[in-house]
Design a protein around this ligand. Structure first.
Ligand code: AKB
Length: 374
């Protein structure tokens, strides 16, 4: 059996345990190219391979805790180390190791990688688009200097490194509907600039030093955990405030179309991509998305469940950011190369969010912050 064939088998083994998604089954054909053969349903499969030890930076942000839960299910609680500089809640401490890690402290990071024998690094630490504009020097430090530290660390210790990018890595000169994987990128926020920088440096380290750098450009991610300082956050805030008070004041215009994705799809993409054999990757940075909608379309869907919901609009600086971003994201390359497939459309997203937010109503304070942009 050729190496490529073995890797593909391993890919199926490791990703089959995940979610009810459908993965594409690939087969290596004679000339060495990879051909999609059929779709398979996913079952739980036990693999005998050693689990990677994974460090998650910025672990207490919107994606970290849920990502850790998912990875711990697959790789064991002790193999996934959540880290941040923020004080953790009881819940964040309950399922596995949590440690202090400052991404601006290179020596401290080295110590963690050595002491915990880290294999993979998932680097979530970043200031998002709206909050980055309010403190550009801090965004430069966290998003750019911090990224320099983790990428150098990954090179030194031969780690697989995942860094999320975003629709915010595009700008007003980019085609907006649809926005392909490779096109003009001239973002106008420091967040976007830092993400293009991460994409390019990661690709460079991959080609120059063989670094296993992987990056997905996410759309707005919608979860019951509050995001912190993004432009797409209205699509989370409306669930919290709408369900609590039956009213919501939106900071974007009703017609502002943006690509979006439910958290489960986001983590599903991340997990599947992290486990894709490198032979299947035609590139190191992929667009992924699930849907696109405007505030008006989201609120109409939500009103089916909350008929008395009152919406008003008061656009602020985030409108300018949103107007420079993709409206529809073309993720056909991810679908073609490693079988990406989303599960949640607008209807399912709204149903799931109502369920999640009702279950977890602890985030009222943070939602106030989401709506206070200067
Ligand atoms: C933001 O709005 O800044 C983020 C993003 C789309 O990257 N949610």
């Amino acid at each position: 059996m050729s190496l490529k064939n073995m890797l593909c088998k391993h890919f199926l083994k490791t990703t089959q345990g995940f979610s009810r998604n459908i993965l594409k089954y690939y087969q290596i054909i004679n000339n060495g190219s990879i051909k999609e053969v059929r779709n398979i349903g996913i079952r739980k499969v036990h693999t005998t391979e050693k689990s990677p030890r994974i460090l998650i930076t910025g672990g207490l942000g919107q994606l970290g805790t849920e990502c850790a839960k998912l990875l711990r299910k697959h790789y064991g609680n002790e193999n996934v180390i959540l880290s941040d500089i923020i004080k953790p809640t009881e819940e964040s401490l309950s399922n596995g190791p949590f440690i202090f890690a400052d991404i601006l402290d290179f020596k401290g990071l080295q110590k963690i990688v050595v002491n915990y024998r880290i294999d993979w690094l998932i680097h979530f630490s970043a200031l998002l688009s709206a909050v980055g504009e309010q403190n550009v020097p801090l965004a430069v430090r966290v998003n750019i200097e911090g990224m320099h530290n983790v990428i150098e660390l990954a090179k030194q210790y031969k780690l697989r490194i995942f860094i999320p990018s975003t629709i915010g890595a595009f700008g007003p000169d980019s085609p907006r509907n649809p926005t392909p994987n490779v096109t003009i990128q001239r973002p106008r926020t420091i967040y976007g600039v830092s993400k293009v920088h991460a994409e390019l440096l990661g690709e460079y380290y991959h080609h120059r030093f063989g670094l296993d750098f992987r990056c997905l450009r996410f759309p707005g991610v919608i979860s019951s955990d509050p995001p912190g300082g993004g432009t797409t956050d209205y699509a989370v805030a409306v669930f919290h405030e709408g369900l609590l008070t039956q009213k919501y004041e939106c900071y974007l215009e009703p017609y502002t179309r943006l690509p979006m994705m439910y958290i489960e799809d986001c983590l599903s993409a991340l997990f599947q991509f992290l486990n894709t054999p490198k032979e299947l990757l035609q590139r190191r940075v992929y667009n992924v998305t699930a849907m696109s909608f405007t505030p008006e379309e989201l609120f109409e869907e939500l009103k089916k469940h909350v008929p008395n919901l009152k919406i008003s609009y008061k656009p602020d600086g985030r409108q300018y950011i949103a107007e420079s971003w993709p409206q529809v994201f073309d993720d056909s390359e991810a679908r073609r190369d490693w079988g990406w497939k989303h599960k949640y459309n607008l209807e399912k997203l709204v149903e799931s969010m109502i369920h999640d937010v009702r279950k977890n109503s602890s985030s009222k304070r943070s939602m106030k912050e989401v709506n206070s942009y200067v």
